[in-house]
Design a protein around this ligand. Structure first.
Ligand code: LLP
Length: 400
C-alpha cells in the first residue's frame, strides 16, 4: 500500500482499512462453519464505520450491537433485520422499545430485572420479544482483566441457575419468546480451550432446556477470537469451529458468533506524521500528530501496536512515539527501534482496525481522524476529518 500517497492525499492522522482483507477474514470464519447452520454477527463496536458495516452486510454478515445506536447503524448500512442481535449489559427502556419496534432477530438479556422490563415494554407494544440470555459460565478466558468477562467476578450475564429460572419464566410469558442462549467470555483470546469449555457447559444447558420443552434455536458463542499484534499465536478458525460443533451433537441449533477484532483489527493502520524529535538526558521521543484521543489502546491497556517508519530503515535507535496531548500516558509505542526521523515522515501504526477509531474522542479539542477504505488498489474516503467547527457544533448555540 502506498502510505505516503495516502497520507499526502488525505492528510494525517488517518485510519486506512483494507476492505479486501475484511472480506477474506469474514469468509474464512463463515466457511469454517460450513457444516452447520451459522450466522456471523460482526461486533459493530470494534469498528462501526457505516462503509465497513455496508461492506460486511453485502457479504451476508449479521451484526452484534450493544446500543440502539449500533442497531440503527446496522440497519442504515443495509443489514437484514433478522440478522441483528441487541446485546449490552444495561439497556435503557427506550432502547428496548426501539429494538422491539425494529423487529430484529433477538434481544440478548443480561439480568432478571432487564427481562421484567422488556416484558412490560413488549406487553405495552403488543409484541412478543424474541430473547436470548447471556449465561456467565465462570470460565477464565486468560486474557487482559479489562476484557475478560466470563468469570463470576465480572458484571456480565447471569449464572446458570438464574438463567434456568429466567428461561422458565420467559417460556410461560405471553410476551417473551426464548429462542437463544449466549455467552461471551472475553476478548483477544488466544487459547481455544476456554471457549470450547464454555461451549460444552452451554450445550449441556441447552439439552436441559430442551428437555423441559424450551426450544433453543440459536447458540451464540460470543466473540473474542484473538489476533496477532506482536508474536501471539492465532486460534485456527477450523479448530475453533470444529471444537464448538463437537459440543453440539444432537442439537439442532444455528451457531452464532460475534467476532469484532478477528475481522477488522489487522485490516487497519493509523498513519501519523512526525512533528519532530526530542531528546532528554534519558530518552529519545518522536512526537507525532496522532495521540491517545485517536488511539487509546496503548494508554488504556498498555497494548502493543507494531510501528514502521515509511521509506527509511537505517540507523535505528530506541525511542518512544508520543502524541501532543498533555498527559504522560499519551504514547503510541514505547521503547521501539526507529531510524532517525524528520518532520513530515510518515509512521504506520499497525493492527488498529478494531477498537481504534471506534474508541477515539475529542480530548484536547482535537478533531477525530479521517478514515479511508482501500480495495482492489483503489482508495476512497469513508469518513471526513472532523473540523474545529464539527467539534464545537453542539455547544455553540448555548454560549451566552
Ligand atoms: N460480543 C460481546 C458480547 C462483546 O462484549 C464483545 C467485545 C464482542 C462480541 C467482540 O469481541 P471481539 O471479537 O472483538 O474480541 N476495547 C477492547 C476490547 C473490548 C471488547 C468488548 N467486548 C480492546 O481494545 O481490546
Amino acid at each position: 500500500m502506498d502510505y505516503k500517497n495516502l497520507a499526502q492525499t488525505y492528510k494525517t492522522p488517518l485510519y486506512v482499512y483494507d476492505f479486501d482483507y475484511i472480506q477474506t477474514r469474514y469468509l474464512t470464519l463463515k466457511n469454517a462453519f460450513n457444516a452447520r447452520k451459522s450466522l456471523i454477527c460482526y461486533a459493530v463496536k470494534a469498528n462501526s464505520n457505516l462503509s465497513v458495516l455496508k461492506h460486511l452486510a453485502n457479504l451476508g454478515a449479521g451484526f452484534d450491537c450493544v446500543s440502539i445506536g449500533e442497531v440503527k447503524r446496522a440497519l442504515l448500512a443495509g443489514a437484514n433485520k433478522y440478522q441483528i442481535i441487541f446485546s449490552g449489559v444495561g439497556k435503557r427502556d427506550d432502547e428496548l422499545k426501539d429494538a422491539l419496534e425494529s423487529d430484529i432477530l433477538m434481544i440478548n438479556l443480561e439480568s432478571e430485572a432487564e427481562m421484567k422490563r422488556l416484558e412490560i415494554i413488549a406487553k405495552d407494544l403488543g409484541k412478543k420479544a424474541r430473547i436470548s440470555i447471556r449465561i456467565n459460565p465462570d470460565v477464565d478466558a486468560k486474557t487482559h482483566p479489562y476484557i475478560s468477562t466470563g468469570l463470576n467476578e465480572n458484571k456480565f450475564g447471569v449464572d446458570i441457575n438464574t438463567g434456568k429460572k429466567m428461561y422458565i419464566y420467559a417460556k410461560n410469558s405471553e410476551y417473551l419468546d426464548p429462542v437463544g442462549v449466549h455467552f461471551h467470555i472475553g476478548s483477544q483470546i488466544t487459547e481455544l480451550s476456554p471457549i470450547i469449555e464454555a461451549a460444552g457447559i452451554l450445550a449441556e444447558f441447552v439439552r436441559e432446556l430442551k428437555a423441559i420443552e424450551i426450544d433453543i434455536k440459536f447458540f451464540d458463542v460470543g466473540g473474542g477470537i484473538g489476533v496477532i499484534y506482536d508474536n501471539e499465536k492465532e486460534i485456527d478458525t477450523y479448530d475453533y469451529a470444529q471444537g464448538i460443533l463437537s459440543k453440539l451433537n444432537g442439537l439442532d441449533v444455528t451457531v452464532v458468533c460475534e467476532p469484532g477484532r478477528f475481522i477488522v483489527a489487522n485490516a487497519g493502520v493509523l498513519l501519523t506524521s512526525v512533528l519532530y524529535e526530542k531528546f532528554n538526558k534519558q530518552k529519545r521521543f518522536v512526537m507525532v500528530d496522532a495521540a491517545m484521543n485517536d488511539l487509546i489502546r496503548p494508554s488504556l491497556y498498555e497494548a502493543f501496536h507494531g510501528v514502521e517508519l515509511v521509506g527509511k530503515s537505517k540507523d535505528e535507535s530506541s525511542c518512544d512515539i508520543v502524541g501532543p496531548i498533555c498527559e504522560s500516558g499519551d504514547f503510541l509505542a514505547k521503547n521501539v527501534m526507529l531510524p532517525a526521523c524528520e518532520s513530515g515522515d510518515i509512521i504506520v501504526v499497525k493492527s488498529v482496525g478494531a477498537y481504534g477509531f471506534a474508541m477515539s474522542g475529542n480530548y484536547n479539542t482535537r478533531g477525530r481522524a479521517a478514515e479511508v477504505a482501500v480495495s482492489g488498489g483503489e482508495h476512497r474516503l469513508i469518513r471526513k476529518r472532523e473540523s474545529f467547527e464539527d467539534v464545537v457544533a453542539l455547544e455553540l448555540e448555548f454560549m451566552k
